[in-house]
Design a protein around this ligand. Structure first.
Ligand code: AMP
Length: 293
């Protein structure tokens, strides 16, 4: 496995792979890897012959009061996991490798940041799209793989690629969950045992939305209330938002359909968790780990 923090080395690797007739797949991450990230690598392998992963905690997407400095990092562990899963190029840049100067020109998410996490994290998606654009220019992948766990991010990246004509295919992978339903996240490591139990309110709430939809409920507010009814029973869970939105525009829908995305953000202690479900699929459409671990 090639490991480097130098963008030029990554681009040289990628161009050599493509000159050799291989398709390059790319999985961008912030590290502290778990099975969700590794599933993206598996999917990248099924769409490409050479897979690159980046590990970069992007300062541009963290607000001044957010957890940039506290974000968990463990490069030696990540390196072993990436290698075992067949990552061929591991790009681990430092801040100065990506932002040689202040990022004056940035990518604007426009109206897609007007809902869900956008209003609660001013500047976050501008930071995400700017770094993803830069990573795409460095890695020059044929295909890039993202998780539906971060549904708003995936929708924004798709839209950026379409609107700005990036020559890259975007693949979005269903959320990987623990056996009890908790969506895998690097942030779960910051939960105490009690907080982890409280965090199950997110997936239970989304399950309730799916159940209501299955029983014939089509009113957006009623679906949101079904989630809220479950989550608000959990005293340690502080709801930031619960919304039923169109999966492409991310705007709220009055009448829901199979394709409607129901998403929420909840604070449990100091940890901010997000999760979502596509109503027609339910959590059963997501992957579960056999055992907690
Ligand atoms: P992060 O390191 O949190 O920025 O995540 C990197 C990529 O992994 C993003 O595309 C995420 O959507 C994806 N991801 C994170 N958690 C999961 C999960 N539980 N299942 C599937 N993909 C995930």
């Amino acid at each position: 496995m090639l490991e480097t923090g130098d963008p030029r080395v990554v681009r040289t690797w990628s161009r050599a792979a493509r000159t050799g007739g291989r398709r390059v797949g790319f999985v961008p991450t912030m590290g502290f890897l778990h099975e969700g990230h590794l599933r993206l690598v598996d999917v990248a392998h099924s769409h490409a012959n050479a897979v690159a992963m980046s590990i970069f905690v992007n300062p541009l997407q963290f607000g001044p009061t957010e957890d940039f400095a506290r974000y968990l990092r463990d490069i030696p562990r990540d390196r072993t996991m990436a290698l075992e899963r067949g990552v061929e190029c591991l790009f681990v840049p430092e801040g100065k490798d990506i932002y040689r100067r202040e990022a004056v020109v940035r990518v604007s998410p426009g109206s897609l940041a007007g809902h869900l996490c956008g209003p609660f994290r001013p500047g976050h998606f501008e930071g995400v799209l700017t770094v993803v654009a830069k990573l795409f220019h460095i890695v020059e992948p044929d295909v890039a793989v993202f998780g539906r766990k971060d549904a708003q991010q995936a929708a924004l990246v798709r839209r950026m690629v379409a609107d700005l004509d990036f020559p890259v295919e975007i693949v979005v992978v269903p959320t990987v969950r623990e056996a009890d339903g908790l969506a895998l996240s690097s942030r779960n490591a910051g939960l105490s045992a009690d907080e982890r139990r409280s965090a199950l309110a997110l997936s239970r709430g989304l399950d309730a939305a799916h159940e209501a939809f299955r029983r014939g409920e089509r009113d957006g507010t009623a679906i949101v209330n079904a989630v809220a009814g479950v989550v608000r029973k959990e005293p340690a869970a502080n709801v930031e938002y619960i919304e039923a939105v169109d999966p492409e525009t991310l705007g709220p829908v009055a009448a829901v359909s199979e394709a409607t995305l129901v998403a929420l953000a909840v604070r449990v202690g100091k940890t901010r968790l997000i999760d979502n479900v596509i109503l027609g699929q339910g959590l059963a459409g997501d992957e579960r780990l056999g055992e907690r671990g």
